[in-house]
Design a protein around this ligand. Structure first.
Ligand SMILES: NC(=O)c1ccc[n+]([C@@H]2O[C@H](COP(=O)([O-])OP(=O)(O)OC[C@H]3O[C@@H](n4cnc5c(N)ncnc54)[C@H](OP(=O)(O)O)[C@@H]3O)[C@@H](O)[C@H]2O)c1
Length: 330
């Protein structure tokens, strides 16, 4: 019998959205502890664009295809998998390979699709909830009543961070690049949205007593400004550097105000570390989603073959929330 084939989108060579091309690839096989997902929808994330540009290589052993999250039905289970079976509807964090009709991932990185949620919305969950839960709560230690500032509040990450922080009782401040994006942040539960083109977030936060936790993806001159906007004992959590990773900083106030700078990226972490984040999500976040208190914000949907157009939209920064690709099961 010949190999089963599927549609996929690969990165022809490092470059702009146009290097994404539709191809046919063998359907992958689930290894020990892994499942094969028939992808209905795959989420599109900034790190995919970085990978496409040649700046974010897949970790060893991961698929070379882009795509860090997907939702669909389990099509096969590998040896040693307990608790999941064929036909289960899951959304999952992937090591790569989401831009395809089928993808494999460790069973421990799958979460059951919340009751009543469509697979398109479910595909928007994993990358942002894993990132926000691990960085804002596990790493940043955000607590109820604290002031939380998220930059890029209308991004996929930002829209999730606002809702989660609000649901856990924090006071939420968000920056975004337009009036429309600020309005979206307010609708999601931010008490104050700051249009960074018109206002200085440092002044706004200082007038409130400073931020206890800041989630930043901008970097560059935001690094020094974030430290000024942080309260005593404040935690700055860095998840990307859209404006560059270098800055000249006076660290003396950090010592006087007992502040912490930290950060992480999800993808290179061990399977076990990701499984632990998934456990936290099942226990603390899934009940909020099932209760309808948190829902992904969806911007747009593209066919799998239109991945280049999806990337162009994301890189135009015109979007609010998440972009998904529709695959075989969608
Ligand atoms: N560390 C991790 O594990 C991890 C995981 C996932 C994502 N990330 C990072 O988190 C960020 C958000 O990801 P996403 O998928 O949610 O992307 P996204 O929806 O495209 O969000 C990026 C946002 O950043 C703002 N932005 C873009 N370029 C900027 C620039 N040069 N300076 C300032 N702001 C800029 C845009 O909003 P405005 O129009 O308001 O500027 C945009 O909404 C990305 O940088 C991504 O690489 C990190």
């Amino acid at each position: 019998m010949g190999e089963r084939m599927m549609r996929a989108v690969e990165i022809g060579e490092p470059g702009g959205p146009e290097v994404l091309r539709a191809v046919t690839r063998p359907v992958p096989e689930p290894g020990h502890g892994e499942v094969l997902i028939r992808v209905a929808y795959a989420g599109v994330n900034r790190p995919d664009a970085l990978q496409r540009a040649g700046a974010y290589a897949p970790p060893p052993g991961a698929s070379d295809l882009p795509g860090l999250e997907a939702a669909g039905e389990i099509a096969a289970v590998g040896p040693g998998v307990a608790g999941l079976s064929e036909g289960d509807r899951v959304c999952a964090l992937l090591p790569g390979g989401g831009y395809a009709d089928y993808a494999v991932t460790p069973a421990a990185h799958c979460l059951l699709v919340p009751a009543g949620m469509g697979l398109d919305a479910a595909a928007c969950l994993p990358e942002t909830v894993f990132t926000v839960w691990s960085n804002v709560f596990m790493r940043g230690g955000l607590e109820a009543g604290e002031r939380f500032l998220v930059h890029g509040g209308s991004s996929g990450i930002g829209t999730t961070a606002i809702q989660l922080a609000r649901a856990f009782g924090a006071r939420v401040f968000a920056t975004a690049g337009s009036e429309e994006k600020c309005a979206a942040c307010l609708r999601l539960g931010a008490e104050r949205a700051i249009d960074y083109r018109a206002e200085d977030f440092v002044e706004v936060l200082k007038s409130e007593g400073g931020a206890n936790v800041i989630l930043d993806m901008v970097g560059g001159d935001y690094i020094a400004r974030n430290l000024k906007a942080l309260a005593e004992e404040g935690r700055l959590v860095q998840i990307a550097f859209l404006q560059g990773p270098k800055a000249e900083i006076n660290f003396a106030p950090l010592m006087m105000k007992r502040q912490t700078i930290t950060g992480s990226t999800l993808r290179p972490q061990s399977d076990l570390a990701k499984a632990r984040i998934a456990e936290g999500l099942r226990a603390h976040v899934w009940p909020l989603i099932e209760a309808g208190r948190i829902a992904p914000v969806m911007d747009s949907e593209f066919a799998l073959e239109e991945a280049a157009a999806a990337h162009a939209r994301m890189e135009s920064s015109a979007h609010i929330g998440k972009i998904v690709l529709r695959a075989a099961g969608g």
